[in-house]
Design a protein around this ligand. Structure first.
Ligand SMILES: Nc1ncnc2c1ncn2[C@@H]1O[C@H](COP(=O)(O)OP(=O)(O)O)[C@@H](O)[C@H]1O
Ligand SMILES: Cc1ncc(COP(=O)(O)OP(=O)(O)O)c(N)n1
Length: 290
């Protein structure tokens, strides 16, 4: 299914599916709110944002982080959700326990149907995007109300309290994903883009991700596989993937279909990535138009 061609849903005079990202701003435009809104636009859904932190960031890393407190986050959520509403919400960088609590409470209060939680913990340069003391809050308050949670391999290890090299294979990923289900989300989509770099696995020619659900039988897992693209310009892959899933859900497709469409979308955007700046360049979201 191609969600980015003829099936675009927005047309004049009709209310398009509405998707809200709750995340940090990336001044460099590659990740965070900026990647999310670019993705929403490509899917033809109406994008909105509640900003949790402002990062001074470029292709070389994060130079500074300015946090918005929970009152500022709450105010943005109330403004948007009490008026426009949202068919789906995607969360990214939340930074503080207060922000996590404000987001969880708004999701409950406004009865948001589709909730995609990207448990963003660190940026590529190692900067913390969720403080250590907020990890438990996210696990206890946000994961139980998520429809889909989308960790990468290091994030899965940290959420589970496992050693950072505990996940070494697709079988380990499936086991980790099933353990993460115990925290309460309906689905866990565990992304394997990091597997090769963590274990220096020269054979990892493919990027394999794993989807498990509470509803499926004990050992059932869906695998999503794409050829690894040998580009260093992969800034924003995680944000883009989670946003694409949220957009798909808002458009009314199933989680399984939304993940498949998102994987295709992010793969194309990496293939066409742009070497902006002197470091790690960013995805090119418009690649999916062709
Ligand atoms: N070099 C690559 N080539 C193709 N797909 C990739 C590449 N790097 C990451 N991906 C895919 O992009 C998505 C996000 O991946 P990942 O890197 O694991 O998460 P994050 O960006 O959150 O760290 C996943 O579907 C992953 O398989
Ligand atoms: C503001 C902000 N949010 C999230 C990230 C991390 O984004 P991600 O898509 O996981 O991309 P990489 O860190 O892998 O480039 C960020 N850097 N900034």
């Amino acid at each position: 299914m191609n969600m980015c061609g003829d099936e675009r849903s927005a047309s004049a005079g009709m209310t398009p599916p509405r998707v809200l990202t709750i995340a940090g701003s990336d001044s460099g435009g590659g990740a965070g709110i900026q990647a999310d809104l670019k993705t929403f636009q490509e899917f033809g859904v109406y994008g909105m944002s509640a900003i949790t932190a402002v990062t001074a960031q470029n292709s070389l890393g994060i130079q500074a982080i300015y946090t918005l407190d929970e009152n500022a986050v709450q105010a943005q959520l109330d403004s948007v959700l009490s008026d426009i509403g949202a068919d789906a919400v995607k969360t990214g960088m939340l930074l503080s326990p207060g922000n996590v609590l404000a987001v969880a409470s708004a999701i409950r209060q406004y009865g948001i149907r589709h909730v995609v939680v990207d448990p963003v913990l660190y940026a590529k340069d190692g900067s913390a995007l969720l403080r250590q003391e907020a990890i438990l809050t996210l696990r206890n308050e946000l994961l139980p109300i998520a429809e889909v949670v989308t960790p990468n391999v290091p994030e899965a290890c940290e959420l589970l309290g496992w050693a950072e090299d505990a996940i070494r294979s697709v079988e380990d990923m499936i086991q980790a994903a099933r353990r993460l289900l115990e925290f309460g989300p309906q689905y866990v989509f565990l992304k394997g883009g990091h597997l090769a770099s963590i274990h220096g696995n020269a054979k990892a020619e493919d990027c394999i991700d794993v989807l498990v659900s509470r509803a499926s039988s004990k050992n059932e897992a869906l695998l999503f596989q794409a050829q690894r693209i040998l580009s260093k310009h992969t800034h924003g892959t995680g944000c883009t993937t989670a946003s694409a899933i949220a957009a798909g859900l808002a458009l009314g497709i199933s989680v399984e279909e939304a993940v498949e469409v998102a994987k295709r979308f992010v793969t194309k955007a990496i293939e066409a990535s742009v070497p902006v700046g002197r470091g790690v360049g960013s995805l090119w979201h418009a690649a999916n138009r062709e």
